[in-house]
Design a protein around this ligand. Structure first.
Ligand code: AMP
Ligand code: ZN
Length: 473
């Protein structure tokens, strides 16, 4: 099926074809690990997961690379703001890498709870220093950098296509930027940006530091993505994705560096996820309106409720978070689970039909996904199917169940893990015998029955309510 994605770079929907047959190389900007991810951040990682799953469902292998920013991301756009991680480390009296490790771990566990597939390759900025230096050296050879006592800068006037991602001309960008960047007399043009900071001024005591041909210091934020994507995927690669806030500066700067250094495009498709809002305002640190996944869990929501909520909006639309919408998402998800369980029960004892009676519905679902990842439309195809199925007299439950699992490969709502309480009599007998043995404290016998069950593909867990058996999948 032909897939179309909206490409920020060309500002239109384009048919997607991978550069290498059968494989998609995709890079997504990772988190700056100085704090918990908020659900706005997580919406962006969710969008990238949907993108990846849609590609997988279309038969591609996906090589997905991501960076972890553990150095060099400043607290503001001004070139001499603070390093986010070093500031946090100082506040907590810890080493920056200790802070980074903690939040990286938490981030990865948030992804797991949201059923977001982990990147195939992850690399920390602090572990790709030589690659970043190599690109700066290459830029130096081409006359694209200049230095002063504080930093090495990229000279944007050396890259005429600067700003082609936003559609802005460099002159517009310069004037636009001038208003925000409080006069920075270090730079030749306001749009220039630091590639490498020296241990001067505010950064005199910067803990993370490395030698470089220009002097000891640490890399700026943008260069890490150019270096890490190149190391893990090569150049050009197929898709570069991130949040919309990255278009104007971060991605624009990545393009300027990588394309100036290697004289070929960085990526073929540029895709950007819109913001999650709360009370119609962007969810963000400076807005002070952050919600974390843990907070949603405290309020007794499952992370998958949030995933369902995110599915209800197209990734290029803003999504306004309300507790009521999260509740509706939970209800819908529960109903979907209920339906899946109904199918499981009906399916019991039936052999699979030879024909796939729901091929047309599957096609409609896949078409919605292939149209720039239209998840709201895909969900509506799913719900129409459910209503229709419940009313119809001829129910092909095995095929319907298989259809749901196919959809769930993309939706990622964990439907395949749902089980019903049906247990064959022979298995139940073994479970009962084991329970008797346990009551009599015949542990060896109980253990050997557990092994026997295991061989038959069943796992038994002891809970306060008694033994629970589940099938291995
Ligand atoms: P950061 O850790 O600040 O680099 O942000 C991680 C990702 O979250 C980036 O791709 C941002 O574009 C994205 N992001 C930040 N705020 C929001 C928001 N309110 N809604 C959606 N994505 C966001
Ligand atoms: Zn990046």
């Amino acid at each position: 099926m032909s897939i179309k994605f909206y490409n920020t770079r060309t500002r239109k929907k384009e048919t997607f074809r991978s550069l290498k047959k059968g494989v998609v190389r995709m890079y997504t900007c990772g988190p700056t690990v100085y704090d918990y991810a908020h659900i706005g951040n997580l919406r962006t990682y969710f969008f990238e997961d949907i993108l990846r799953r849609a590609l997988l469902a279309n038969g591609y292998r996906v090589r997905h690379a991501m960076n972890i920013t553990d150095v060099g991301h400043l607290t503001g756009d001004q070139d001499f703001a603070e390093d986010k991680i070093e500031r946090r480390a100082e506040k907590e009296g810890k080493h920056p890498l200790e802070i980074a490790k903690f939040y990286e771990h938490k981030f990865l566990s948030d992804l797991q709870e949201l059923n977001i597939l982990p990147p195939s390759r992850l690399l920390r900025a602090s572990e790709a220093i030589s690659e970043q230096i190599a690109i700066i050296a290459k830029l130096e050879k081409k006359g694209c950098i200049y230095t002063d006592e504080f930093a090495v800068y990229f000279d944007t006037s050396r890259f005429p296509a600067y700003g082609k991602l936003t559609g802005q001309k460099l002159s517009e960008k310069r004037t636009g930027a001038r208003a925000q960047v409080v006069v920075d007399e270090h730079k030749r043009h306001p749009s220039d940006f630091a590639l490498w900071f020296f241990l001067k001024g505010r950064y005199k005591n910067h803990i993370l530091r490395w030698p470089s041909p220009w002097g000891e210091g640490f890399p700026g934020w943008h260069i890490e993505c150019s270096a890490i994507s190149r190391k893990l995927l090569g150049q050009p690669f197929d898709i570069h994705a991130g949040g919309v806030d990255h278009i104007g500066t971060h991605h624009t700067n990545e393009i300027a560096q990588s394309e100036s250094a290697f004289e070929k495009p960085l990526a073929r498709f540029w895709m950007h996820g819109e913001f999650l809002l709360i009370d119609a305002k962007r969810m963000g640190k400076s807005e002070g309106n952050l919600l974390t996944l843990d907070y949603l869990k405290e309020k007794k929501f499952s992370p998958l409720d949030f995933r369902y909520l995110a599915l209800t909006a197209h990734y290029r639309s803003k999504l306004n978070f309300t507790w009521q919408s999260l509740e509706s998402a939970r209800n819908a998800r529960k109903e979907l689970e209920e339906f899946t369980r109904e199918l499981l029960k009906e399916k019991k004892g039936r052999s699979k039909g030879k024909q796939q009676p729901y091929a047309l519905i599957e096609k409609k679902f896949m078409q919605a996904m292939a149209d720039d990842l239209n998840t709201p439309k895909a969900l509506s195809v799913l719900w129409k199917f459910i209503h229709h199925y419940r009313k119809s007299k001829i129910r092909q439950s095995a095929a319907a169940y298989a259809l749901l699992l196919t959809f769930d490969e993309i939706l990622g709502l964990g439907l395949g893990a749902l089980k019903i309480a049906y247990i064959p009599a022979s298995v139940q007998q073994l479970v009962n015998r084991r329970e008797e043995a346990r009551q009599k404290k015949h542990w060896l016998q109980a253990d050997s029955i557990r092994e026997e069950l295991k061989k038959k593909g069943w796992e038994v867990k002891d809970t306060p309510e008694g033994p629970v058996v589940t099938k291995y999948y």
